[in-house]
Design a protein around this ligand. Structure first.
Ligand SMILES: C[S@@+](CC[C@H](N)C(=O)[O-])C[C@H]1O[C@@H](n2cnc3c(N)ncnc32)[C@H](O)[C@@H]1O
Length: 286
């Protein structure tokens, strides 16, 4: 953890940062605003200076901060984890809006796929509290080690170095997939509890796509696309056929009309927007 003594106004800066996120992400959850005001981002990104990327001017590339003042991190910007790989600590208001969509409650269990260095796992841990459980999984072994170290103070968080597409963490209330996939993991669909929520970016090769929110309401699933996205790809999920089905679906338009996720076997029909293997995103209401 960074020694913040020379920055007496850091807490105040972090509260302003949380307020910016509130309005940029239209947050519903007061607890989420508080989490952003509380969790020290500098505790997850190593010592500065840091390389910062503006989400509104991404073409300009990274800007290096002039020094290691942790107040630089309390802004609504991306921060490089590994600039050479364009791997970033994600955009705060974007991730905040996705976490808000999970409607997390005290004591719930969450699976966080692609936790990076753990900052957003810590935010999720604040949302579910000490009696909750967060399984944070990271495919990159070095990052998983960093996340484990950074999250040591959170007893409700377990960090795994594994493939989050294939690993089964047991039953959970919510899943946040923090990387783009071309199709849904059967594991995610199996481990969600009765009113479980899944938020997952469905993306093409270039990282662009849309974020899907699926909510289980037994026996069916509601599904909606909630925002567009450009995000790092989830490794181990490459399927050429799923990728081309997704590309065709996006190209045909009408993603905003998706209403349900169907897991039952059925013939492709005019309601099927993305008739995938093992799942179908349908315009039919659930
Ligand atoms: C967009 S980054 C998110 C990093 C982090 N959540 C953040 O914002 O600081 C995506 C992360 O997902 C990880 N990842 C990619 N595929 C994965 C997989 N199959 N299982 C677990 N983690 C994966 C990457 O190594 C990377 O750290």
């Amino acid at each position: 953890m960074v020694d913040n003594q020379p920055y007496p106004d850091l807490d105040l800066q972090r509260r302003w940062y949380a307020e910016e996120i509130r309005w940029n992400a239209k947050l519903q959850s007061e607890r989420l605003v508080k989490a952003f005001a509380t969790v020290p981002r500098e505790g997850f990104l190593g010592r500065g200076p840091w390389h910062i990327l503006s989400a509104t001017q991404p073409g300009g590339g990274y800007t290096k901060t002039s020094d290691a003042d942790p107040r630089h991190l309390s802004h609504n910007v991306l921060v490089a984890i590994d600039a050479r790989r364009s791997l970033n600590n994600g955009h705060p208001s974007f991730l905040a809006s996705l976490i808000d969509q999970l409607n997390l409650r005290d004591g719930e269990a969450v699976y966080h796929v692609g936790c990076g260095t753990g900052y957003y796992s810590a935010i999720i841990a604040e949302m579910v509290g000490e009696h909750g459980r967060v399984v944070a999984v990271e495919a990159d072994k070095t990052l998983a080690r960093r996340a484990r170290r950074n999250l040591k103070g959170y007893r409700q968080v377990e960090v795994l170095s594994a493939d989050g597409f294939a690993h089964d963490p047991g039953q959970v209330d919510a899943i946040l997939v923090n990387a783009g996939v071309t199709h849904l993991s059967p594991v995610w669909l199996k481990i969600l509890k009765a009113d479980g929520r899944l938020v997952v970016p469905l993306t093409l090769k270039n990282g662009g796509g849309q974020v899907l929110k699926a909510t289980q309401s037994k026996p069916s699933w509601h599904a909606r696309f909630i925002s567009s996205v450009g995000i790092y790809h989830c490794v181990g999920t490459k399927s050429r056929s799923a990728g081309s089905r997704l590309r065709e679906a996006f190209a045909s338009g009408g993603a905003e009309k998706v209403r349900s996720l169907r897991l039952d076997a059925h013939e492709r029909n005019r309601n099927c927007w993305l008739h995938g293997r093992g799942f179908c995103l349908s315009r039919r209401s659930s």
